[in-house]
Design a binder for this molecule. Structure first.
Ligand SMILES: Nc1nc2c(ncn2[C@@H]2O[C@H](COP(=O)(O)OP(=O)(O)OP(=O)(O)O)[C@@H](O)[C@H]2O)c(=O)[nH]1
Length: 296
């Protein structure tokens, strides 16, 4: 019998919007695959990141913040993605912000299953003015659920992340690795391109346009080191289209140019990017469009 058996398992990172789930995932796997933004609810898809070391393989499933209201079909699809990702995993990482536990956090906590380990991560400890506040806060939250472990971290400043990795490892099942070591994400470049452009739209105009905005990659052609990408930003109404395009097309140009730079950095080659804005009335309730976006 081998003394140290290899461990592999699925981990879901959950929490209300803006607690730092994407930042945590990025810093844990050290590659920008999930998109962060100061605006809430930018993560709409399920994204996997994989970390492999000598003893274990951690397969992360990043989820959108739990949706607490069913506004339309899209929200329902998002909710299903979240619930599925929670059901299939071995360990759940529940992220909250240091010093803050509000109604939204409570709603997420209520939906967590009680039949598998939930690790409480208290993020953004760097923002605490008074470090002594942390202990009573931990004691208060610890009473709400039977957490398998509690780890305070700063995802942004990479503080205590190795402690978190060890806590997760201790709850992973014994398994051989499921993925080849050099596989970092199961998402295609096409998907990542859409995510990068969507992130720019949210950053620039998130407050003026509701999140019923989506991005579709209509063409993705690789010619040697050059990628030719045609993207389409779908909106619900023509006034939203005008907002996104901006005066003399300036906003759209800025967003496309920032997205192109990020794509070039991520893909390691030149990108030729064309972006259109189209109005698709009621698209958020259109099943065929949802399917084309990757929701079943
Ligand atoms: N000071 C500080 N800021 C952080 C830390 N972690 C994340 N943030 C910031 O918090 C904001 C939200 O982070 P995200 O990673 O996008 O949060 P999220 O939970 O994935 O958000 P959604 O995608 O909306 O669900 C960003 O501006 C991050 O830079 C941290 O440890 N310290």
């Amino acid at each position: 019998m081998s003394v140290s058996s290899f461990k592999t398992g699925y981990i879901s990172i959950v929490g209300r919007p803006n607690v730092g789930k994407s930042t945590l995932l990025n810093h844990l796997i050290k590659q920008k695959i999930s998109i962060t933004s100061r605006k809430a609810q930018t993560t709409r898809h399920r994204i996997q990141g994989i970390l492999t070391d000598e003893q274990s393989q951690f397969i992360f499933v990043d989820t959108p913040g739990f949706q607490t209201r069913y506004r339309n079909l899209l929200n329902q699809a998002m909710n299903r993605v979240v619930m599925q990702s929670v059901q299939d995993v071995d360990v759940i990482v529940f992220v909250i912000e240091a010093g803050r536990f509000d109604l939204q956090d409570e709603l997420v906590l209520k939906r967590l299953p009680s039949d598998r380990p939930v690790i409480l991560v208290i993020n953004k400890i760097d923002l605490l003015q008074e470090k002594l506040q942390l202990l009573p806060f931990i004691q208060k939250v610890a009473k709400l659920f039977d957490f398998a472990d509690i780890v305070p971290v700063s995802a942004l400043h990479e503080k205590q992340l190795s402690e978190l990795i060890e806590a997760i490892r201790s709850h992973l099942p014994e398994n051989p690795p499921f993925f080849a070591e050099d596989e970092i994400t199961d998402r295609s470049e096409r998907f990542l391109a859409a995510e990068l452009l969507r992130e720019k739209v949210f950053r620039q105009i998130g407050e003026e346009v509701p999140y019923s905005v989506s991005v579709i990659i209509e063409q993705f052609v690789v010619e040697g080191a050059l990628r030719r990408i045609h993207a389409c930003i779908l909106v619900e109404r023509s006034n939203q289209k005008a907002i996104i395009i901006g005066k003399q097309g300036k906003k759209l140009k800025d967003m496309a140019s920032q997205a192109r730079k990020d794509m070039e950095a991520l893909f390691g080659g030149k990108v030729y990017l064309e972006v259109w804005v189209k109005v698709k009335t009621g698209w958020a309730d259109d099943v065929s469009v949802l399917k084309s976006l990757g929701y079943e």
